[in-house]
Write a protein that binds this ligand. Structure first.
Ligand code: ZN
Length: 134
């Protein structure tokens, strides 16, 4: 390894160590925060409709096995992001849970839905399935 490469490798190792320490320090601050003033934002994911052309349109000659065109409808997946202004922690969820609130008439209640950040999966998980709200 030449001197420039050695120097760059040392620089990368130092930065990597600093990054790990900064991440650990930030996690410590976030773990110690009460997160008592979350800011919640509704950020739905919209996937527009699209059409898959038929085999005939694509020039494929499949005879009786040829596939017709397929229309895939649009889809909106509900999603919420909450941010703690104190420590900067960000969490996302696509889940909702029922919440019982007092009704307008004394002695009655209503059930509404609210974002459920408690059953969320880690933000890097692709296994988080959405709720179709259409
Ligand atoms: Zn916080």
């Amino acid at each position: 390894m030449n001197d420039e490469a050695k120097c760059l490798q040392k620089h990368i190792d130092d930065l990597s160590e600093q990054l790990q320490k900064a991440n650990a320090d930030l996690k410590g601050i976030q773990n110690g925060c009460y997160h008592d003033d979350w800011s919640i934002e509704y950020t739905p994911d919209y996937q527009s409709s699209y059409r898959i052309p038929s085999d005939k349109e694509c020039g494929r000659k499949m005879g009786v096995d040829s596939l017709p065109p397929v229309f895939v409808p649009s889809k909106t997946t509900a999603k919420w992001i909450r941010t703690c202004p104190s420590c900067g922690k960000v969490e996302t969820t696509e889940k909702v849970r029922p919440k019982t609130i007092p009704g307008e008439i004394p002695g009655t209640t209503s059930v509404v839905s609210e974002p459920d950040f408690y059953r969320q999966k880690p933000s890097n998980s692709l296994a988080n399935k959405g709720i179709d709200i259409e």
